[in-house]
Unconditional design. Structure first.
Length: 439
């Protein structure tokens, strides 16, 4: 475990970046220092209690938060999580990282994050709907198409966004001042039938594969069929990463879910693996090549073993804090692409870097998701609906340019990819604050 809370981590990173950036602001040092000070805390933290009627007629209270970190570059943007472990500090830290994630790809948003302390599995569908609507009433005018645009996160989904957008529209009709633009543009990650975007499902995984492709070019890796990849987590992000990497000829040798994984030396077939998991429930029973699924084609691995496999690329796509000082010395991959949020903790990363292992940070590697949310918002505001190829054609240059820019900066300044990413992102935000004259 990291010795720091996520908020401490976000602040330490900001202080490190400030040390790198300060000499770019000659004559403006005082304003720069003020900007850094402001960026260490969200501009606004909404906190309160949601009163929700349970099916048995009783009322239950749930703690709720929305952290709005910075909107110098555009409206706040970030998910809402429903989880019993949500804390104010966690939501604040996640909103800080969202600011950097939006800035690094250049999409015109700032960072936000929301959360409710709840175990949604303990609620009925009706209770979940009432909770979702109560959360929107709690935020009211604090969210909106030009102010703050939430999206799904842990344990929230398209249905929850649909309830939320519906509630926000009702609220907007009560306060006509809110009804100046399409209310659907207030939330992203909506179902397709209610203003969602084609391509959103696969965007995070695919965005990560665009990064992989650029990395392979930068490292002069010639033969894709020889590049081996292990992926921890085979949910939305892990599956789509595997699907698009496989399509492009990379060799996926291991995947896992919460119950363990499989290793197939000659490369596995993501489609067959997914179909087999759906049938058997466990990925560890599913070693599938292009021909068939057969228990003799591969071997079972634990999640801990998967991380330590001798592969070229390791893709943690499940949870935070899975690579730490304890297992980092045993990691053999040449590159770690952080598709989950925060899978490598600071102590773990220091060891990986010492060993010469490249780490592509989450705010760059998994930015394909929020970028496609941005495309959803643009479509809602314009009242249009793009087909999937149109959406994906827009995603590719965005991810490629962001990666190339960070790669070049890291080479030029001899920075880790994480420090290069944060310094590019923080600079963009500070420049916007200076231009506005807000510092
Ligand atoms: P998901 O729920 O669809 O999939 C999670 C996967 O991780 C599942 O296969 C699950 O079995 C597996 N898993 C759970 N516990 C595990 C454990 N202890 N060990 C190994 N595997 C375990 O979630 P997702 O949407 O794919 O998100 C995965 C990560 O990516 C999260 O960190 C999320 O915050 C991040 N992320 C997701 C998106 C997105 O668009 N979905 C965007 C940015 C970041």
């Amino acid at each position: 475990m990291s010795t720091q809370t996520p908020l401490d981590q976000a602040r330490t990173q900001l202080a490190q970046v400030a040390a790198v950036l300060r000499d770019k602001y000659v004559g403006e040092e005082a304003r720069f220092d003020t900007a850094i000070e402001l960026l260490s805390t969200p501009q606004m933290l909404h906190q309160g209690e949601l009163e929700v009627q349970m099916d048995n007629g009783s009322t239950k209270k749930f703690k709720a938060f929305r952290s709005q970190h910075n909107n110098a570059r555009g409206p706040f943007k970030g998910g809402i999580r429903f989880h019993h472990g949500v804390t104010k500090e966690e939501v604040m830290a996640l909103s800080i990282w969202m600011t950097w994630k939006c800035a690094v790809t250049g999409i015109p948003y700032g960072g936000g994050k929301g959360g409710v302390v709840v175990n949604p599995k303990e609620l009925s569908t009706k209770e979940l709907e009432r909770l979702s609507r109560a959360y929107v009433r709690f935020l009211g005018e604090a969210v909106g198409p030009w102010t703050d645009i939430p999206a799904p996160d842990v344990n929230t989904n398209g249905q929850i966004m649909a309830w939320m957008v519906d509630e926000w529209q009702k609220l907007a009709q009560e306060k006509t001042s809110l009804l100046q633009v399409n209310p659907l543009a207030t939330f992203t990650g909506k179902p397709l039938a209610l203003g969602g975007s084609e391509g959103r499902d696969e965007a995070t995984g695919l965005g990560g594969v665009y990064v992989l492709e650029e990395l392979a070019k930068a490292l002069n890796w010639q033969r894709k069929q020889d590049i081996t990849i292990a992926i921890q987590g085979f949910g939305n992000v892990g599956y789509w990463f595997a699907h698009h990497a496989d399509l492009r000829g990379y060799k996926i040798v291991a995947v896992s879910d919460s119950q363990g994984g499989i290793y197939v030396e000659n490369g596995l077939n993501p489609e067959k693996t997914l179909a087999c998991k759906k049938q058997n429930g466990k990925i560890s029973e599913c070693p599938c090549t292009d021909e068939k699924c057969d228990i003799t084609l591969g071997k079972k691995v634990t999640n801990a073993e998967l991380l330590e496999l001798n592969v070229d690329v390791l893709v943690p796509a499940a949870l935070e804090n899975v690579i730490t000082a304890e297992n980092a010395p045993q990691i053999k991959a040449k590159v770690v692409i952080e598709m989950a949020n925060g899978p490598v903790n600071p102590e773990g990363e220091a060891i990986l870097l010492q060993k010469g292992i490249l780490v592509v940070p989450d705010v760059l590697a998994n930015a394909g998701g929020v970028s496609t949310s941005y495309f959803e918002w643009v479509q809602n505001l314009a009242g249009v609906s793009w087909d999937k190829p149109t959406v994906l054609e827009k995603l590719q240059p965005l991810m490629v340019m962001a990666f190339k820019d960070i790669w070049e900066l890291a080479q030029e300044k001899n920075l880790s990819l994480r420090m290069a990413t944060y310094s590019r992102a923080v600079k963009r935000v500070i420049d916007a604050m200076l231009l506005r004259g807000s510092v």
